[in-house]
Design a protein around this ligand. Structure first.
Ligand SMILES: Nc1nc2c(c(=O)[nH]1)N[C@H]1C(S)=C(S)[C@@H](COP(=O)(O)O)O[C@H]1N2
Ligand SMILES: [Mo]
Length: 508
């Protein structure tokens, strides 16, 4: 099993990480998992969901291999059947991917062949050892001295040595493949991008833009802390030299842009708050960055959007798709970007290097395609993006929401006064008011941070006198359209969770 998997990993270094049968099967599991399972995985494991999936697969494969090895004591059929069946699953998963070249299936085909060869060889050695043992007189074998001699027979030693060798060899091959894959090509391309200086800089961030000293997040999220959500089991590695963006479909003229073409255009920097439709009320999947890139509006106008088109289907190099309303992308006030940088740095690999989309006011799954390589101008009627047949809405504007960051859940407070602070967001509209109440009392307006952009979050804070005992605080946000965050509870499917965030705490 180890040899088969390791050979698949090694070949996939050359044919693309997604062509590894192990990764392809894992990706297929993610794609086929029903929405409740995906929700459970994100809820239970957060951003560790992929590590959990791969570890789970490793445990299952090891258990199957041990079982098949044990069943193969009398003949090699069970072991061979397992390899062929699992090999078939791997080939099917690889063939199901749209993002691989003609060499895509090689790793999945070679992997079970290596498995059959190594298994056959080890099984032969084991059979010789067992035969030698059976040949010895059972009565003589009962004698401890003779038994020890029997155990030391070369057939046994040869089998054990070969098994250990195969295991170590598989480990070396797999680790070597990993080292080759991480040879830094893409990191080097990222380092070579050089400084990203915007022709149109982002607004200056005033000191009062956050209440970080009172426990809110900082106005801009560090790149390393920016939340990450995607279906990519391995981070796609695409170099600037290999990247291009094709704009086609219902357009007057098809456009293809290289990375150099993008770099030649004047860059625009804009602060944008991105959040995930899977963010639960009070949840962590929200961050803000100064994204830098070129306006998507300009790229679409260059291609010429034909009348009747209402959706742009964006596709990632790994096959993920998002469907975004044409209106939102052409709206100059909204300022959607083809982003190549975050906070002055080229995009980190896990956030979409070399380029991704960011559209203020829309949940990530309908707008923020990372590793984007293709924009098809089409209609909502003609094409469904990745999450739509999986139970999520085709159109999903970000809902007006707030979150309480301090006090923390079940905090123990010894003061006579509690500071309550948090974030509120209604991207493209802007937050005009946040109300807070304690123990179900009257709503009281909180102090708001200085507004930097309507497209980003805004911080709030207030304080209440408190006596000993348990207390509950709740918050609700109001946006510039006059809409106030609903207290009606809803889960994340189909278009984002709602409800009032609340925090329980105790005063000593
Ligand atoms: N290629 C690709 N892009 C993607 C996704 C994905 O699964 N694959 N997920 C989307 C979702 S659901 C969200 S919320 C945002 C998250 O972006 P981040 O990881 O940079 O925070 O990316 C979007 N872009
Ligand atoms: Mo998301």
């Amino acid at each position: 099993m180890g040899s088969a998997l390791a050979s698949g990993q090694l070949i996939a270094v050359f044919t693309g990480a997604g062509s590894s049968p192990l990764v392809a099967v894992g990706a297929a599991v993610i794609d086929l998992a029903p929405a409740p399972v995906k929700e459970f995985a994100i809820g239970a494991f957060g951003t560790h969901d992929k590590a959990v999936l791969l570890s789970g697969m490793a445990v299952v494969l090891t258990a199957l291999a041990i079982l098949a090895g044990w069943l193969s004591r009398r003949g090699r059929a069970p072991g061979l059947v397992l390899i062929v069946v699992l090999g078939g699953v791997g080939v099917a998963a690889v063939l199901g991917r749209s993002d691989l070249g003609r060499l895509g299936p090689v790793a999945a085909v070679v992997s079970p062949l290596v498995g059959v060869a190594v298994f056959g060889w080890l099984h032969g050695l084991a059979a010789r050892w067992i035969a030698a043992r059976a040949a010895a007189d059972p009565e003589l074998a009962a004698d401890p001295e003779i038994a020890a001699d029997l155990a030391a027979r070369p057939d046994r030693r040869r089998f054990l040595r070969a098994s250990a060798g195969a295991a170590v060899g598989a480990g070396v091959v797999a680790l070597g493949g990993q080292a080759l894959a991480d040879d830094g090509d893409v990191e080097a391309a990222r380092d070579a991008v050089g400084p990203l200086v915007p022709a149109v800089p982002a607004p200056a961030i005033p000191r009062g833009a956050d209440f970080a000293a009172d426990g809110t997040p900082t106005y801009l999220t560090d790149n390393a802390d920016f939340y990450r959500i995607d279906i990519a089991l391995t981070v796609p590695r695409i170099s600037t030299a290999d990247w291009s963006l094709r704009i086609h479909g219902m357009v007057d003229r098809e456009v293809r842009l290289s990375y150099a073409d993008i770099r030649r255009r004047p860059l625009v920097a804009r602060p944008i708050t991105l959040t995930c439709v899977s963010n639960p009320v009070g949840g962590p999947y929200i961050s803000t960055s100064e994204f830098i890139g070129v306006p998507l509006r300009d790229l679409l106008l260059a291609a010429g959007v034909r009348p009747g088109a209402d959706q742009v289907l964006s596709t990632s190099v790994d096959g993920f798709t998002a469907g975004t309303p044409v209106d939102a992308l052409l709206d100059p006030d909204r300022g959607a970007l083809l982003a190549i940088g975050m906070n002055g740095q080229p995009l980190p690999l896990e956030h979409g290097f070399p380029a991704r989309l960011v559209v203020p006011g829309l949940y990530g799954y309908v707008s923020a395609t990372k590793w984007v390589v293709d924009l098809e101008v089409t209609t909502f009627a003609a094409k469904q993006a990745y999450w739509v047949p999986r139970g999520y809405a085709a159109r999903a504007p970000i809902k007006t929401e707030s979150r309480i960051d301090t006090p923390g859940p079940y905090a123990l407070i010894s003061a006579r006064e509690v500071v309550v602070a948090g974030i509120a967001w209604a991207p493209t509209k802007g937050i005009v008011r946040v109300d807070v109440r304690i123990d179900g009392g009257p709503w009281q307006p909180a102090e708001l941070s200085t507004e930097v952009s309507q497209n980003t979050w805004r911080m709030w804070r207030t304080r209440f006198p408190v006596g000993p005992g348990t207390h509950t605080v709740e918050s609700r946000a109001t946006d510039a359209t006059g809409y106030t965050q609903t207290e009606r509870r809803a889960g994340d499917a189909p278009d984002g969770a709602t409800g009032l965030p609340s925090v329980f705490f105790t005063v000593r």
